[in-house]
Design a protein around this ligand. Structure first.
Ligand code: FAD
Length: 599
């Protein structure tokens, strides 16, 4: 079996993984990146709108305190305050650093990095490259990682984390993986492992996420003994494509609204004015005149309601569709054609222009788009220490979308890319410092664990007459969409948990045909185990939280509840490893000087 030794192994080559690997390498660690798709293909590449950072290039009034406040309010105060603070304080430096490494951002007239408006951000704050910011970010980080000589194992999937408990304290010892092409196994010996595997969107039928988002890091962490936090909070982005069916769920960037696009129902009504919640009334325009005036004079007008945080807009769209005021394909109209010139639209939103032209034969400079909510992002993830990103397991770190806490109950647009950079750097440095602190006495991988990981990976080949993993995955996706989607009820969540139990039974006897060389059925069978754990975490936490807040809406508990606003829900794998245990945990206490921002 192939075997490699490193100080730090980073699982994932999105923005979080690449930034963590660069930091680890620069801190002196022998570092490897392992990723299950090709290098450069990670989800981050799809990010469109930009990186939120209070650089103050358009608004000198902007600073970390305002960004911190916006982030906490966007997350309905359930965020880990320390993570939100570090993020707001350090994001500008991380963006500047990207530019120093060669990223070419759009510019203001004065030659500074341009910053655009996004929902929930008081000031124009998203550093961007047209609507292809993620591509530029990955290009820059990838070039740097390759130039530094960091080793990359691509098309290589990690299925287990090894630990060593021989000195009575359980610590990370390495990871187990397989090459997707050959099916052969690899063992990594390493005292520090950083999970940077992204999100969980593929548990839902309608999603903006790609095939890789099967919650691997979430599940790996749980199986290693770490806990997850905030799993009930799943972000349904308000604007995904609804037509044609083959692209249903594909993202339509929030920049369309940031650049002037408005939402209309089938009666032609600009309906968002009917959905301004009390919490945001003071800062949201309540007339068309004021909303439109804001685009030219932001100082003297309040923001349009189309730029409320995503959870609010997604719920409003859902209500309009349910009330029978949807479009022919079951969406709502997003109109920028009647508001901006074709030249402006093509310059500011080139990807959107091509996406609609090529995939739906719609010219967005001449006609409105049809859009609807799509599962986009998971706020929940591995519970980590705010400063180091270390999980409850010594030597196991999590960063980026697979970590939890930073975004509370709802993430603001642009805050993910900032999160990857800020906490990627911190995790890489902390993982290296820990590996260094061990000196010559490192945790050892137990050969019995290697054999067990191998047997577990090969188990689907041993079954006869079982079910195909594709059928189970498809049923799970439909079930999560129908029962744990944008609006939830106790009855449906109970039904969902019963269905997940049944899927688990079906998955225990699923069968894959053929052999180990590039076998997508086998790959899915392994991913499906992760999707099932993650789905159970979401459904269980959603059932426990009897209120509506951010990305969790309960029809039977329609408003926020002050008591629930003081606690998080934390989930762990149960002692038998067969299901999920859940407990409540009080929010960390915010220092008084920060509380002052919310007076
Ligand atoms: P990813 O970029 O997804 O990387 C995950 C990596 O983990 C991949 O390399 C994958 O191969 C690897 N991996 C997964 N499982 C395994 C395994 N078992 N073994 C080995 N490797 C594994 N956010 C913003 O802030 N601004 C935006 O404008 C924005 N636009 C977006 C547009 C779209 C269409 C989407 C879908 C998201 C957008 N987001 C945006 C969200 C943001 O892009 C993601 O949250 C972020 O990129 C996640 O980065 P990551 O590094 O955590 O994970």
């Amino acid at each position: 079996m192939e075997r490699h030794t490193y100080d730090v192994v980073v699982i994932g080559a999105g923005g979080a993984g690449l930034r963590a690997a660069i930091a680890a390498h620069e801190s002196g660690a022998r570092t490897a990146i392992v990723c299950k798709s090709l290098l450069g293909k990670a989800h981050t590449v799809m990010a469109e709108g930009g990186i939120a950072a209070a650089m103050g290039n358009r608004w000198p009034e902007d600073n970390w305190e305002v960004h911190f406040r916006d982030t906490m309010r966007g997350g309905k105060m359930l965020n880990n305050w320390r993570m939100a603070q570090l993020h707001a304080q350090e994001a500008p430096e991380r963006v500047q650093e990207l530019e120093d490494w060669g990223a070419l951002f759009d510019r203001t007239d004065d030659g500074l990095i341009s910053q655009r408006d996004f929902g929930g951000h008081k000031y124009a704050r998203l550093a961007h490259v047209g609507d292809r910011t993620g591509l530029e970010m990955i290009r820059t980080l990838q070039q740097r990682a390759v130039a530094l000589g960091i080793e990359v194992f691509m098309e290589c999937t990690v299925t287990d984390i090894f630990k060593d408990a021989s000195d009575g304290q359980s610590k990370v010892a390495g990871a187990f993986a397989y090459w997707r092409e050959s099916g052969r196994f690899i063992v990594f010996d390493a005292p520090s492992v950083i999970l940077a595997t992204g999100g969980i969107g593929k548990s839902f039928k309608v999603t903006s996420n790609s095939w890789e988002y099967t919650g691997d890091g979430h599940a790996l962490a749980m199986r290693a003994g770490a806990s997850l936090i905030n799993m009930e909070f799943v972000q349904f982005h308000p604007t995904g494509m609804v037509w044609p069916p083959s692209v249903k769920g594909l993202l339509v960037t929030e920049s369309v609204r940031g650049d002037g696009g408005i939402l209309k129902n089938s009666e032609g009504k600009r309906f968002m004015f009917d959905y301004i919640p009390e919490f945001f009334k003071a800062e949201t325009a309540d007339t068309v005149e004021e909303a439109d005036a804001w685009y030219d004079d932001k100082k003297n007008n309040r923001r349009p309601p189309e730029l409320l945080p995503r959870d609010e807009v997604a719920r409003a769209i859902n209500s309009e569709i349910k009330a029978g005021r949807g479009t022919p394909h079951g969406g709502i109209y997003l109109d920028i054609a009647s508001r901006r010139t074709p030249e402006f639209i093509r310059k500011r939103l080139p990807s959107m222009y091509h996406q609609f032209k090529e995939l739906a034969d719609v010219d967005i400079t001449a006609e409105p788009m049809e859009i609807g909510p799509t599962c986009h992002y998971v706020m929940g993830g591995v519970e980590v220490d705010a400063d180091t990103q270390q999980s409850a397991v010594t030597g196991l770190y999590a960063v980026g979308e697979c970590s939890g806490g930073m975004h509370g109950s709802n993430r603001l647009g642009g805050n993910s890319l900032g999160d990857l950079l800020v906490f990627g750097k911190r995790a890489g440095e902390a993982a290296t410092a820990y590996a260094d602190s061990l000196g010559g006495t490192r945790p050892q991988v137990d050969e019995a664990d290697v054999k067990a990981a191998q047997a577990s990976a090969l188990a689907p080949f041993e079954v006869e007459g079982g079910e195909n993993p594709y059928t189970i995955q498809s049923d799970l996706q439909q079930s999560m969409n129908d029962l744990v989607g944008i609006i939830r009820t106790r009855t449906e969540l109970e039904e969902s948990l019963a269905e997940i139990e049944a899927f688990k039974v079906r998955a225990s006897t699923m069968v894959v045909e053929g052999h180990r060389q590039y076998n997508p059925g086998w790959h899915l069978a392994l991913d499906l185990r992760n999707m099932l754990i993650v789905s159970e975490c979401i459904a269980k936490a959603a059932m426990a939280r009897e209120e509506s807040r951010g990305g969790h809406t309960r029809d039977d508990f329609p408003g926020p509840d002050a008591e629930w606003g003081t606690k998080n829900l934390v989930v762990n794998l149960n002692a038998e490893g067969t299901g999920v245990d859940l407990h409540e945990k009080p929010l960390p206490e915010m220092p008084d000087e920060l509380k002052g921002y919310f007076a």
